[in-house]
Design a protein around this ligand. Structure first.
Ligand code: CDP
Length: 224
């Protein structure tokens, strides 16, 4: 079974996807982590992200894999905190707008997911990567709330010695929202058959309860 979740940054996708993966024993595929890993490698190896050919070659020279918790390994090495740096945040949406990079990422995700129960989240999972997913969700929240959530997350993660500023986070989220909406391929859209949830006034537990009921009903229906 495939569960596909899309939505903007801070909508709660990764937390909910992780809870589904843990409780239902699904593999968790965080597609944003793969775009972040490609972006991180470009920064590390001094590859100019505007040079599509060099970016394609960069993806081809590395091996990408997922751990069951959605974390990404590159050439067998776990990448975690380094994927959440302000430097990666600043250009990941531009990197993910390159159609050839999207095609490479999608093919890695599909090949890792083949024949497995998977919960995958991102921007185009319900529309492009798994258009036939049995369950499609779109998790939304106001930009204000999403920035606040991301701020608290970054404070807890301590990814850098410089403390995060909510104003910078809000600006970055708004910039990425705008870029995600404009993408020529893989733009963030609400799929016609997706269940839309506004999580602005809900706790994670409340969102999960709704999602859990949807999954249970769908699984029971599938067994009839
Ligand atoms: O965690 P957050 O929602 O901030 O972002 P992410 O899921 O880590 O994704 C990072 C960026 O990659 C997003 O801002 C999108 O621009 C891009 N992305 C995408 O284009 N398509 C996806 N399926 C997933 C992410």
């Amino acid at each position: 079974m495939k569960v596909a979740i899309d939505g903007p940054a801070g909508g709660g996708k990764s937390t909910i996807a992780r809870m589904i993966a843990e409780n239902f024993g699904f593999l968790y595929i965080n597609s944003g982590n793969l775009y972040r890993a490609v972006t991180y490698l470009a920064l590390q190896e001094d590859v100019c992200w505007q040079d599509s050919q060099a970016m394609i070659a960069l993806v081809q020279r590395h091996h990408f894999d997922y751990r069951p918790d959605g974390a990404v390994e590159v050439d067998g090495k776990l990448l975690a905190g380094e994927l959440r740096s302000p430097q990666v945040d600043a250009i990941v949406s531009q990197v993910s707008a390159i159609p050839e990079i999207r095609a490479q990422v999608n093919s890695i995700i599909r090949s890792i997911s083949e024949g497995k129960d998977v919960v995958s989240e991102g921007r185009d999972i319900t529309t492009v990567v798994f258009p036939d997913a049995e369950i499609k969700l779109y998790l939304d929240a106001s930009a204000e709330i999403r920035a606040e959530r991301r701020f608290r997350e970054r404070l807890a993660q301590k990814v850098s010695d410089i403390p995060p500023r909510i104003e910078d986070i809000r600006k970055n989220i708004e910039m990425r929202d705008a870029l995600d909406a404009q993408k020529t391929v893989g733009a963030l859209k609400i799929a016609q058959d997706a269940i839309y949830l506004d999580t602005s006034d809900l706790t994670i537990q409340q969102v999960y309860e709704k999602v859990y009921k949807i999954l249970r009903a769908r699984i029971a229906h599938g067994r009839k």
